[in-house]
Design a protein around this ligand. Structure first.
Ligand SMILES: Cc1ncc(COP(=O)(O)O)c(C=O)c1O
Length: 395
């Protein structure tokens, strides 16, 4: 018999799962080219050539314990290289002791929450947010509390976050560039929040960790500047992933970087390393630790994502959809032409074989998400389908 909690969770209808199943059915009928699947953020670009070459040359090496267990935090030389890479673009001096290599950002976030949360602790975030945050926080008996972003810019207000802080608030998780909105938080906005947190700590003696979830760090457009969280927040814990920057989503590789100024720095690192082990990850994949160590200066062709963004954004806004121009990541988050975004995706978009994810799944109803990390051909073929869809709502 499965647990009562899981029984309840698996029986809850999931709009995204329903969309996935609908997509599989439609593909059987119309073929891959006849279905425009913008529902999943699975990066379509190939990894940089250096990644492929490194995999090939490493796989020919035959050093002892090449694929064996290692320290739970990962290879020391790789942690050192990551710290050095981070230090090239920050004022913070990261140390290898504060770098824990993880099985992607998903594992990194679970490890962080396990290490810092006591039962009932609250974690603030800004809606819309990555759908899994609620589960990750819940896995460590915490509670996710969402504060809505402004709907026109998807930026947060530091005052609203201040109002949501309680004595149980242990952390704030922010994601910039944001999934699903594509918003990027400016230096000035983050500094407003840092002031709130300093004031809070002075008043109550309680520090709040700021978890910066950064899988889209390199995917930024139009000369947008991405501030370094660790330079702004004393208690920054950065969680990174190579899933998007190197298109390695299935290989499960990323890291946690703890700011040396963070409260309880050394105990926190020990706790993170222990959780990496006891949550069952043990260590991040050996081969891919070595691969990323050689490819820290590489990224996928981000210009290609920008051109996909521009094409789809200009098409749908010309048709009448209201949509913020994202500054990063690979999603559009347009306003649903009807209030019920779930019905819009399931009853309207699907009619034209367009698969989109309803905003309700990201804690932000009334919008829908299009993941444009798909082939140029899919985007091109989808344009007439968007025209037909738009005709239902706009004259
Ligand atoms: C905002 C955000 N955080 C974390 C993750 C998890 O990424 P990873 O593949 O590194 O586990 C994703 C994946 O899409 C994401 O969008």
């Amino acid at each position: 018999m499965i647990s009562k909690k899981l029984k309840e969770e698996i029986s809850r209808p999931s709009a995204i799962r329903a969309m996935f199943e609908k997509g599989a059915q439609l593909k059987k009928v119309y073929g891959e080219d006849g279905v425009f699947d913008f529902s999943l953020g699975n990066p379509n670009l190939p990894p940089p050539e250096k990644v492929n070459q490194t995999i090939i040359s490493l796989s020919r090496e035959n050093r002892p314990l090449m694929h064996g267990y290692m320290q739970n935090a990962g290879y020391e030389d790789v942690r050192q290289k990551i710290a050095e890479k981070l230090n090239e673009s920050s004022n913070t001096k990261f140390e290898k002791g504060g770098i824990i290599i993880t099985s992607g950002a998903a594992a990194g976030l679970n490890v962080v929450f396990k290490a810092i949360l006591d039962e009932g602790d609250e974690v603030l975030t800004v809606a819309p947010f990555f759908v899994e945050y609620r589960a990750y926080v819940g896995n460590s008996q915490g509670k996710l509390i969402a504060v809505n972003a402004q709907p026109d810019t998807f930026l947060f207000s530091a005052e609203k976050i201040e109002q949501a802080i309680t004595e149980k608030t242990k952390a704030i998780i922010l994601n910039s560039p944001n999934n699903p909105s594509g918003a990027v938080y400016s230096d000035a906005l983050l500094k407003n929040l840092a002031d709130v947190l300093i004031k809070h700590e002075e008043k109550t003696g309680r520090a709040i960790y700021v978890v910066s979830d950064e899988p889209y760090r390199e995917l930024i457009y139009d000369d947008t500047k991405l501030p370094v969280f660790a330079d702004i927040f004393k208690n920054a814990i950065t969680v990174y992933s190579f899933s998007k920057s190197l298109s390695l989503a299935g290989e499960r590789i990323g890291y946690i970087a703890v700011s040396p100024s963070a409260d309880d720095y050394s105990a926190l690192n020990d706790a993170l390393i222990l959780c990496n082990r006891t949550l069952g990850f043990v260590n991040a994949p050996a081969l891919f630790q070595r691969v990323i160590a050689e490819c820290l200066n590489e990224t996928v062709d981000t210009k290609s994502y920008k051109s996909k963004r521009d094409k789809l954004h200009s098409h749908i806004t010309n048709l009448g959809f209201e949509c913020f121009l994202p500054k990063g990541a690979f999603y559009l988050f347009p306003k649903s032409p009807i209030a019920d975004d779930i019905s819009f995706c399931n009853d309207y978009a699907v009619k034209y074989n367009i698969l989109a994810a309803p905003g309700a799944g990201f804690g932000f109803p009334g919008y829908f998400r299009l993941a444009y990390c798909v082939s140029d051909k899919t985007i091109e073929l989808s344009l007439p389908a968007f025209e037909k869809l738009a005709r239902e709502f706009f004259k």
